[in-house]
Design a protein around this ligand. Structure first.
Ligand SMILES: Cc1ncc(COP(=O)(O)O)c(C=O)c1O
Length: 390
């Protein structure tokens, strides 16, 4: 991939990746300038071209997951949308769900809301010292009413990778449904449906997959039977008074973001997952080495980079995470994400609730030189606190 030159040092790739490869920007512009049709909404050429683009995107995603049928991939608006479609379309009154402390609010909130109104019961699994859930706890948490187990493939706070293959085996043996939130892993870690036994895989396409914002996807496997979460226009079968039952239409009411999918297809051609993972882990290693002897800087959670994707959180004594992020932004033009990262249970487990931490998430275009400047900025911030308090 060619590096894009930018001034800001952008380390918020766990929220959304930036910069995007130039080919993505070109493909979005080209679609808007030359085509502009709505997918599946008419027989004219622009609409047929839009449909082709969306099918190409589904096909890329299906191949990436080792799935034969691209129509098992629903085009969604973001990761949250994909997760809501899976969760709300699956659960019935009286069901029990096993979720984890690693979960993002896009899993936790729909589940918690259902539990609070007495619709479902919920067991949330803790993480150990290593930042991982224990697959044995999943088996212990199951009850005769359990229908769904949800696990995030990697934490969006610590980047720590979760044992989804072992969990998937246990869930499959019991004949239950397994939902993997792959928001932080698709595009850098391999995820095969056959190996993971996942029935659902939900993810945004604007993070490590490098697509534009406003895109997500849901794989729904053959053991699933989803009620539509959103109902409305599908462009075909319009005489049907209710949402058509076939996939993916059942899950895709409303016009999709075709310009975005054009950009996604362009990004997909340039993805180098193994290289990106190695690069991002290398940058985090560089950072922890450089900060190891800097008084007052602490890595939150397990410091082992070989167990994480390119996400790490830190805190600096004498500052709130928000203060550190504001100084980095205003004085150094470095973009990081402070706070709870929509993952309050994870921060409780890490002892960083309620202030949270400063999340550092490099991307494929972050350079070692930029990382050195970040380390220098963090050292300067820490040394000022030292001189005031020390
Ligand atoms: C682990 C995890 N799950 C789900 C989401 C939600 O994705 P989106 O922001 O595309 O809705 C995120 C986004 O930060 C995430 O990190």
């Amino acid at each position: 991939m060619t590096e894009t030159k930018t001034k800001t040092i952008y380390l918020d790739n766990a929220a959304t990746s930036w910069p995007k490869p130039p080919a993505v920007i070109e493909a979005v512009s080209r679609f808007l300038a030359d085509c502009g049709g709505s997918s599946g909404r008419a027989g004219h050429r622009a609409s047929r071209e839009a449909e082709r683009i969306v099918l190409e995107a589904r096909t890329h995603i299906a191949k990436m997951l080792g799935v034969d049928d691209p129509y098992r991939i629903a085009a969604c608006f973001n990761g949250t949308d994909a997760l809501n479609i899976a969760i709300k379309g699956t659960l019935n009154e009286g069901d029990h769900v096993v979720c984890t402390a690693v979960d993002h609010n896009s899993v936790s909130r729909p589940l918690e809301a259902m539990a609070r109104r007495g619709f479902i019961t919920l067991t949330r699994l803790a993480v150990g010292e290593d930042g991982c859930i224990d697959p044995a706890d999943v088996a212990d948490a199951m009850t005769p009413a359990t229908k769904l187990v949800t696990v995030s493939h990697a934490s969006n706070v610590t980047g720590v990778i979760q044992p989804i293959t072992k969990v998937g085996q246990i869930v499959r043996e019991r004949g239950l449904l397994f939902l993997v939130d792959a928001a932080q892993t698709v595009g850098v870690l391999e995820l095969s449906i056959a190996e993971s036994n996942a029935d659902f895989v939900a993810f945004p396409c604007h993070k490590s997959l490098l697509g534009p914002p406003g895109l997500g996807a849901l794989y729904a496997g053959p053991r699933t039977d989803l009620r539509p979460f959103r109902e409305g226009g599908t462009g075909a079968d319009s005489e049907n008074p209710v949402q058509p039952s076939e996939l993916p239409t059942r899950l895709e009411a409303g016009s999709t973001n075709v310009a975005g999918w054009a950009g996604f297809c362009a990004a997909f051609a340039h993805l180098t997952p193994e290289k990106s993972l190695k690069h991002e882990r290398g940058l985090l290693s560089q950072m922890t080495d450089a900060l190891a002897n800097v008084e007052g800087v602490h890595v939150v959670g397990n410091p082992d980079h070989t167990k994480r994707v390119g996400v790490m959180s830190i805190n600096i004594d004498g500052y709130t995470p928000q203060e550190v992020a504001a100084i980095l932004d205003e004085s150094f033009d470095i973009a990081v994400r402070p706070g709870l990262h929509c993952a309050p249970y994870m921060h409780r487990a890490l002892g960083t609730f309620p202030d949270g931490a400063v999340r550092i998430a490099p991307g494929p275009f972050t350079t070692p030189d930029q990382m050195a400047r970040v380390c220098d900025a963090l050292s300067q911030i820490a040394s000022v606190a030292e001189s005031v308090t020390g």
